[in-house]
Design a protein around this ligand. Structure first.
Ligand code: ATR
Length: 273
């Protein structure tokens, strides 16, 4: 069987092996996907090994930036994001891609009624996940994007000294005040996850009931932020579609086949929901 991995630390709770092995099975492809605990200090030796033994792998925290120095080629979107989550091994050459942000956008198909270009988007947060989504939205030609973050300077850093005409930056309090203006709100911070599972990053008082509120977290399956949005009659989505679509796009890179995301959703919802 061809070998595939997800590497990171910690890695014990990763749902990627369950999902990818289901896809290898249902597509009758001889592949085995495993989770391997790898820290930054072991990455170099693992890469030497993987180069000759592994067909492809996913990369998660804390290795998404660190991995880049070991790759032979990195695609332009992954370069703009500054992180790689998917590696393809072609005859000993390692190609890096980032499927997180495009995966996020594809996952919106569950809830989006209009083309994504029509949405007025608010991204909450300015970490790695926000960066992947922002640059993927721009890559897809989306305009009307605003970023808000507890630390305003970090939101500005996302723009890399350019993009000032394309992307707005707002303080959290301004975003709260003008929240009714946004049709798609994307929560990318760790607020809502343990140990901050009872907090939200932003007050939803002025939320439009026509808005879609999306949170990248899926454990807890429904964050307090999503519960509050639901109480205000907004459409909500958790992070599971993003997780499934980033994986599906990686699977497609490795095998040429785009796998069944609906079955994967049912499988993972049963395990996590
Ligand atoms: P990731 O790569 O998962 O996006 P990260 O790079 O550590 O994680 O980014 C964390 C994001 O969550 C940041 O936007 C951070 O805000 P700051 O830039 O102000 O630090 C946000 N965040 C984390 N804890 C937070 C908290 N308690 N309240 C508000 N924002 C928080």
């Amino acid at each position: 069987k061809d070998q595939y991995y997800v590497i990171g630390q910690p890695i014990g709770h990763s749902m990627s092996p369950t999902m990818h092995n289901e896809w290898f099975g249902s597509n009758h492809i001889s592949g085995q996907y495993s989770a391997k605990e790898v820290g930054i200090t072991e990455l170099k030796s693992v890469m030497t090994e993987f180069r000759s033994t592994v067909k492809g792998f996913n990369v998660t925290a804390p290795l998404k930036v660190e991995i880049m120095q070991y790759l032979d080629e990195i695609d332009p979107l992954a370069k703009a994001i500054g992180a790689v989550n998917t590696v393809i091994n072609k005859n000993g050459k390692l190609y890096g891609k980032n499927t997180d942000g495009i995966g996020y956008c594809r996952g919106l198909s569950y809830v989006l009624k209009n083309p994504i270009e029509d949405e007025k988007i608010l991204i909450i947060g300015a970490g790695g996940a926000a960066r992947a989504i922002l640059y993927s939205l721009l890559h897809l030609g989306v305009k009307h994007i605003t970023v808000t973050n507890r630390t305003l300077e970090k939101a500005e850093d996302l723009l890399d000294g350019k993009l000032m005409n394309e992307v707005n930056i707002m303080s959290i309090s301004d975003a709260e005040e003008h929240l009714g203006h946004f049709s798609l709100i994307i929560q990318t911070t760790s607020v809502g996850m343990k140990p901050n599972e009872n907090s939200t990053p932003l007050a939803l008082t002025n939320l439009s009931p026509d808005a879609i509120v999306s949170d990248l977290i899926y454990s807890p399956f429904k964050t307090v932020f999503l519960k509050e949005a639901e109480e205000r009659n907004a459409t909500i989505q958790n992070g599971l579609p993003m997780f499934i679509y980033q994986g599906a796009l990686a699977f497609q890179e490795w095998t040429g086949i785009f796998p069944n995301t609906i079955d994967a959703y049912s499988l993972l919802e049963r395990k996590l929901g």
